[in-house]
Write a protein that binds this ligand. Sequence first.
Ligand SMILES: [Mn+2]
Length: 453
Amino acid sequence: MMGFSEGEIIELTGVIAAVRSFGSERKYFVNSGDATFSFRTRDNLAAGDVIRLEGIFESLADFGIAARKVTVLAAKDADDAYNTVERKIAQNAGLKGGMLSENPASAALRGGMEAVARKILAAKGLNRFVMLRFHGDADGIAGALALRSVLRFRAYQQNSAIYSPREAVNDIGNLRHENRPLMILLDFGTNAESMDGLKLLRAAGIETVAIDHHPLHAAVKPFIGMLLSPWLVEGLEEPSKYSAGYLAAEIANMCGAENADAYAYAGIACAGDKSDVMRSGETEKKAALVLDYLAAHASFGNSLDFYGDVLKNGELFDSLWQQGSDRIKEAVENVLPRVKKSEKNGIIIYVIPLDGIVVKGEFPNRSKVTTAIFENFSTDSPMMALGYGKGTVIARCNSAFVAKGAGLSEIIKRVSSDMKDFVVAGGGHAKAAAMKVQEGYEKSVVERLIGEL
Ligand SMILES: [Mn+2]
């Protein structure tokens, strides 16, 4: 921090971070990257404006300046100055040391996490308008809640894994009056299908940060300002288990979130995505189920704070948990009699017809039911479960299965290229994946998948 003395003539370039009205005058707070100064003027300035300020340093108490001349910078000068100020705030920001979990991903991605943490703290220092879209499941919600504890933003639940041009156009429309808005995509948006949406954001000049653990489509990289993905780490085993919510919780922790909160959200995120990166106990597992159950029912997009409140409301939480787990139990009981067990090359296979039992848009969805059946038959021997119905095929397998040869995403890739006419899209993680197929061909795709074993 540089030193100032009262009465000193001062000249600085900075970004208006906040405005307060005092009668006909307004008090402005300008962040130079080294400090935040305040001054009053009748000039009409807006948050986000980049200004050149000349005046006399008046008071050490609030870094007050008696303004003599205020010039609003425009175009390229403003952009350059803004970037300099942002960079300074980011560099000066103090990050909390220590990771929630020491693991191969947190070691390799530490620099990337710190960069996102600094970007967030700079956004906070500049009072930037931030929009965050989070995937509508426990992982995405827990990550968004972790970030919520260190940053203010407008949150939207994203129910699809794809950032579509429709959503991008909507967002661009909502952000068009904001000065240098920042968009954060959490737990989705780095797949090939999101490319068109990302391109539009980029073309509209909206800076984007993506935190995701879904298989990364390398071609999206140029359209994302800052990308944090375990798929960027070469040679990392099971990248997808470093769930987006876990990564977000590490970042929130660096930004100064309460340790207990950061741990809790990381644990819920991992419980939701069945990841062993964080140890999740009964509490985290229950919370993940409650969030998944809630997310399936919330048709309104702006639900994040409601989710946060529910986690703190014992009675509502308990009754949601009870309902959610009852619904899973019921679905499992209904499905179990139809499950067909077979064995091939030492692999136990469970095939689960889901049509007529799982209703679209209802809880639990196909993927949850498949997971529940998979867990019901859990064993240390190589094993896989395949659920199918209404144009989808869901696959789950255990570590012993992956150790025998290929992970699910690889097998799906092979089947997709062999069955181009029937498979619309497919992909996922080594132990959990899904395919969209033409209706009526689910069973043939399932047989083809088994044929690959
Ligand atoms: Mn996730």
